[in-house]
Design a protein around this ligand. Structure first.
Ligand code: FES
Length: 286
């Protein structure tokens, strides 16, 4: 247990502060209060209609963002404009070519960015699956893994392919996976390299476990999610208590009970667009 906790908080040392409560984000600091503020700024800024009215009207169009309609995902780097690689593109439509260029700098062939889509927070991850899938899994090159899934009690739910065979749009389109960005623990907003630690470093280990980096990390209580491990999972609609199964990315560690649901995407003239066919999957938070 001690080992686990020490790893969970194995954060990059702050370069200019002795504040032990601060977490390092690149070369700057963000403490827990600021992070929560960031999360709720995101929420109040773009979740104006919250989950009860997931609709196109909730979308905030980027000022001068150019291109991309209501289905386009937009970068969201508020407060991190100087740290995140997509900071200069804050509120502009996400482009596949941006992710490809960023992934080329990665030893694992991955890149990711936080964003907003259809009024909700998202994280988009690019994995150079087409190139890496033919190489040995032990070489640290990330690729998608299609896996069996279990609910929060450990009960077998089904295989990712069971859902994706019925709707092929759930398979990663153009090496991209977009997920609904609310943690299944207490609904904070996980991020891609939002903090620097062993879970978010540029390394990859197969199996959907907690080894290696390349995880989406929730700073609130350190839950981790593997965007390369795709599974079937189950959760509960918080409003009416109904259960639903979904295609998602695997929870690899931390207090979150299950993984994060996928939002299927298409790429339209380089713009990444989400498909609003599975909004029931995003109902586990208020
Ligand atoms: S809300 Fe994400 S770990 Fe608690």
């Amino acid at each position: 247990m001690v080992i686990i906790m020490s790893r969970e908080y194995d954060l990059k040392p702050a370069p200019s502060s002795e504040n032990s409560s601060a977490k390092s984000v690149g070369d700057s600091l963000i403490n827990r209060r600021q992070f929560i503020s960031y999360g709720f700024n995101t929420a109040t800024g773009v979740l104006a209609a919250s989950l009860g009215v997931l609709g196109f009207a909730a979308l905030i169009l980027p000022p001068g963002g150019g291109g991309g309609g209501d289905l386009a995902a937009k970068y969201w780097a508020k407060g991190r404009e100087d740290e995140a690689w997509y900071g200069p593109m804050h509120e502009q439509p996400m482009k596949k070519s941006d992710f490809v260029a960023e992934a080329a700098k990665s030893s694992t062939g991955t890149s990711g960015a936080s964003g907003v889509w259809n009024g909700v927070p998202i994280v988009v991850t690019y994995v150079d699956h087409a190139k890496n899938a033919g190489s040995p899994v032990t070489n640290g090159k990330a690729r998608f893994q299609f896996m069996e899934g279990y609910d929060g009690t450990g009960k077998y739910v089904g295989h990712f392919d069971d859902l994706a065979d019925a709707d092929s749009r759930l398979f990663p389109s153009e090496n991209l996976v977009m997920i609904f960005g609310r943690c299944t623990h207490l609904c904070c907003i996980p991020g891609w390299q939002l903090v620097s630690n062993s879970f978010t470093e540029d390394s990859w280990t197969p199996g959907g476990g907690d080894d290696g980096g390349t995880k989406l990390f929730c700073i609130c209580h350190s839950s981790r999610f593997d965007p390369t491990a795709l599974e079937m999972n189950a959760n509960t609609n918080r409003s009416n208590g109904s259960n639903f199964k979904y295609a998602g990315i695997r929870r690899s560690g931390g207090p979150a009970p299950v993984g994060l649901p996928i939002i299927p995407v298409v790429v339209n003239s380089d713009i990444i667009e989400g498909l609003p066919d599975y909004v029931d999957w995003y109902t586990y938070c208020d």
